[in-house]
Design a protein around this ligand. Sequence first.
Ligand SMILES: *[C@@H]1O[C@H](CO)[C@@H](O)[C@H](O)[C@H]1NC(C)=O
Ligand SMILES: *[C@@H]1O[C@H](CO)[C@@H](O)[C@H](O)[C@H]1NC(C)=O
Ligand SMILES: *[C@@H]1O[C@H](CO)[C@@H](O)[C@H](O)[C@H]1NC(C)=O
Length: 489
Amino acid sequence: MNYNGVLLAFLFLVIKLNGLLCANTTVWGVGLNPVVVLPARYFYVKYNEKITNIKNFNILINGKTKVGNNCRIWTNILDRKDSSFIVRYKLYEICYEFNILVEDTKAHRKHVNNYYKGPIYPDDCSCKKMSISSWLANAECKTDIIQINSDLGQFKQIDFNKAIIKMIRLFQKNPHSISVCQYVVKNNLIFRKCYGDYTGFKLFMDNLLLSLSRKVFLPDMEFFVNLGDWPLSSLQNKMPIFSWCGSNFSADIIMPTYDITESSIENMGRVSLDMLSVQGNIDKTWSKKIQKAFWMGRDSSKHRLHLVDISKSQPHLINASITNFFFYKELKQKYGSGKKPISFFKFFDYKYQINVDGTVAAYRFPYLLVGDSLVFKQESDYYEHFYNELIPWVHYVPIKRNLDNLVELVNVMIESDRTARIISLNGQKYARDNLAPHNILGYYLVLFQKYSRLLVSTIEVREDMEEVKDAIPPEHCDCENSLHFKMEL
Ligand SMILES: *[C@@H]1O[C@H](CO)[C@@H](O)[C@H](O)[C@H]1NC(C)=O
Ligand SMILES: *[C@@H]1O[C@H](CO)[C@@H](O)[C@H](O)[C@H]1NC(C)=O
Ligand SMILES: *[C@@H]1O[C@H](CO)[C@@H](O)[C@H](O)[C@H]1NC(C)=O
């Protein structure tokens, strides 16, 4: 081989190595497929920080209205500070000639430049309905969900007329402590009737059902929703009822909590804390975080007061405080009057987060996981819809129910920072991949689809039921053609 050949081979090797070292920018996520209607659509960009920088990216999402004006679209970039970011966007009208551009202006590379003729529909229009199966497939949602299978597996079939009798009996025994609504969905219209003293939380279910019914054809079905936190169906006398929180000593059918449901359907809307916004609002990266465990919240269990006691004796390890006294007002003196709450995003200035039950499971757990800290989770009989997919010591650090080993485990994790970081990243990855808004909507769709197949009673709108209706369709919702209203089979 002559000299030049060697040089060429050498150069080739350098280029090759360089290529291997600089993995490409990758762009993925449900928002790249605007056919999937979501409150806010979103996708993810991961780049190689050795060759580029978030500032080099030009992100442009635009489209035209029917009459050719620029479409009103709000685009929001959330920097995850791990050489990846979230692009989310919200449509305020129907768009045509829709384009998504992700361009690295430094490398002069267009990573995404996708054109869609449209119409692309905003979330508040009831235009593009599809079958549940199509929606789930388009959104790439999983359909085989262990929690749903096991909750529904308790019933071979459901005769709702019998369920009503059981429910009335239960209600008559506890008329002031139980609040439930009975819903009927028929021809994609929603009807309900509620029982109990406190039925305000029906709004969460109403909004969810309305949101889903704008996107898909819901199956005809009839179900109960428990508006309280405590599960209602006993293991001995099972009753089909949907609840936001499950427990080892009850048989309720679990759905995502009203908290994460609301933040999913109000993404880029009324709610500022959601599974995406957390990811883009964390100040301190891992090595800059304060090496303490943090907790702040209401006094809704004695465990929480105990946690504050522990933090008082170990202030160099744990910072815990009560913001609001309601359940243990008489102890306000002892614990000092409520501390001024800090923004949830500031929790992640601390390296370790503690998740302690309130009256039931603490509904902040998804947000803690998706943040950038390590989560210590109290052992509990209560669970949310996804807990069974998590593994202690893989996704979080389990602590005893009585919190006895908390101090010891915080010390262990301070000593083993690498392990702590790995567990925190595992938890974060799980939450990023499984608890984003479309996963939450997908969970409900799978649940409703499978539940409806168990019903053997006829589905009729019952007497005294009220129709749950959307506000008058917004003016901008001039659906393209009535074909979209036809059921896809
Ligand atoms: C990046 O992707 C392009 C197109 O897929 C490919 O041609 C190129 O080799 C990739 N570069 C690297 C460094 O992987
Ligand atoms: C605990 O955390 C809060 C919020 O970050 C802070 O204001 C307070 O000073 C901390 N307390 C201690 C004892 O460090
Ligand atoms: C409750 O169920 C969970 C999950 O199956 C389990 O890990 C836990 O040990 C159970 N708790 C009790 C007290 O049985």
